[in-house]
Design a protein around this ligand. Sequence first.
Ligand SMILES: [Zn+2]
Length: 333
Amino acid sequence: MTMDKSSPGFPKVRLRRLRKNLAIRQLLQETRISVKDFIYPIFVKEGISAAEESKAMTGVRKFPLSGLIGEVQDCYDLGIRAFVIFGIPSSKDESGSSSFSRHGIVQQSIEFLRSAFGDRIVVISDVCLCQYTLSGHCGILKGSRVDNDQSLNLLAKIALSHANSGSDMVAPSAMMDGQVMAIREALDNSGFTDTIIMGYSAKHASSLYSPFREISDSSPSLGDRKTYQMSFLNHREALREVMLDIQEGADIIMVKPAVPYLDLIRRVREMTNLPLCAFSVSGDYAMIKAASTKDLIDEKQAVHEMLSSIKRAGADIIITYHAKLISQVLNSE
Ligand SMILES: [Zn+2]
């Protein structure tokens, strides 16, 4: 925007007029965040009898199936209505077969939540192989390479098993080419035409995922994920990823991580009218937690500022490990 030289400036114009007191500031607030904007990630682990505290992420716990309903009820009481489920299976194999088992940890979790909460919550399920394969990769290996098209069959099977269990929304995160199309076809062919697909459209190979991998035990045993996850240096390619997900039938698109990628969130927002999700990842959580533990920053204020910046950049919904904390902040306003 260029300044019109004929328009008045100081001293007629005083922007501090608009900041005079809290009521005026709140009236003129441009970005509003609500508890309803957030999706809370929940980890459910097979083979444990009590909740386990994460070493890498203080305050984040892994739950046994028996603890799932209580945790979701606590979140519900704070106003949180959407949950993304990550499963930690007790066994892994080469093809990640426990990922699509009818009695898998995620499938059972979805069934539990559906029967306890009905339609009062949104159940979202992460669709990937890395927690379930011996290699820790998001697809199936052929030699030392991740085989794209073989992996699509499995990802479609996982999504279908989640839909069968009652998932409202499947969220493919493997970054395989064609994954959204393969899943849409599999869902539609089985009558799940109303199951929503949220694509992890522009998911970057990021150092900020490390705390998550400690929790979910999903580090690749060889190599890295750079042949399928995106480089953090490319923004045009990220827009292509998003366009392809839209063409393949994604209902909601995502940029991940969120905070170091606010420029991309803004560009995607300007490119499409689809609902846009941003994933504030485990590294965001861990950095704020570490700094606040050392009294270097105020945790609640920092979280409020960080999540607001994601919304301001253009995200409609935000996956965050801070969902409970920000709900407490917003509920006390
Ligand atoms: Zn994965």
